[in-house]
Design a protein around this ligand. Structure first.
Ligand code: PXP
Length: 236
């Protein structure tokens, strides 16, 4: 499995003082130097962490792949079509949420999602849909023409070490199996950390794990190079 590092939390820290440090672009370079296969960043509609200029700079400076997380917003779609990241990951977005709370309801808005991603696919950008590990969402994702799904691992992460861990884990395993059977590539992410990530090895064929909060949190104590290379070691 490959590691994609989400650098949004570095921007959150920078924005706390409104200045220029710590620089998420510099953080992305350190992640790449220590084994990250891609860099994920979420340009939110309210621009609460990553700003437009970060995304434009990353486009020029990354040596791996940029995975741009975005909601179904026209202005962000326009930016994606301009910068042409390697991939985009379509996520739901609510203004009041602290982080992306649930998966995108693809089944409930099949036409809207399909229409939204069409120009991105036509531009050669790989499209991934961030969904809950549920049969109807996997099947609907395939119908949109997206090549990837990213399974929301938040419920598994919450349940880890508790009574419902196995049930949440099995949802991920079964959704991944179904997705692969119908020709989708599968990534996973959200809430994964150094303790709960090991069970991702039990799911065959996962391509990439996108991890942010636990890596940046560990980096406060150990430094970013150690935090990234430790996670790379755990998931390879
Ligand atoms: N994948 C997606 C689609 C996300 O929205 C997020 C959170 O921004 C992540 C992965 C990373 O989650 P975490 O920060 O909990 O590792």
């Amino acid at each position: 499995m490959l590691l994609g590092v989400n650098i949004d939390h570095v921007a959150t820290l920078r924005n706390a003082r409104g200045g220029v440090e710590p620089d998420p672009v510099k953080a992305a370079a350190v992640c790449e130097q220590n084994g990250a296969a891609s860099i994920t960043t979420h340009l939110r509609e309210d621009r609460r962490h990553i700003k437009d200029r970060d995304v434009y700079t990353l486009t020029r400076t990354l040596t791996t792949k940029l995975n741009l997380e975005m909601a179904m917003a026209e202005d962000i779609q326009k930016i994606a079509l301009e910068i042409k990241p390697y991939s985009i990951c379509l996520v739901p977005e609510k203004r009041q949420e602290i982080t992306t709370e649930g998966g995108l309801d693809v089944a409930g808005q099949l036409e809207k999602v399909s229409e939204f991603i069409k120009p991105l696919l036509d531009a050669g950008i790989i499209v991934s849909l961030f969904i809950d590990p549920a049969k109807e969402q996997v099947e609907a994702s395939k119908k949109t023409g997206a090549q990837f799904i990213e399974m929301h691992t938040g419920a598994y992460a919450e349940a880890y070490g508790k009574k419902n861990e196995e049930a949440e884990f099995q949802k991920l395993k079964q959704a991944a199996q179904l997705a692969q059977q119908i020709g989708l590539n599968v990534n996973a992410g959200h809430g994964l950390n150094y303790v709960n990530v090991h069970r991702m090895h039990e799911i065959e064929g996962l391509v990439e794990l996108n991890i942010g909060h636990s890596i940046i949190s560990r980096a406060v104590f150990t430094g970013l190079p150690e935090a990234v290379s430790k996670m790379v070691e755990l998931i390879k």
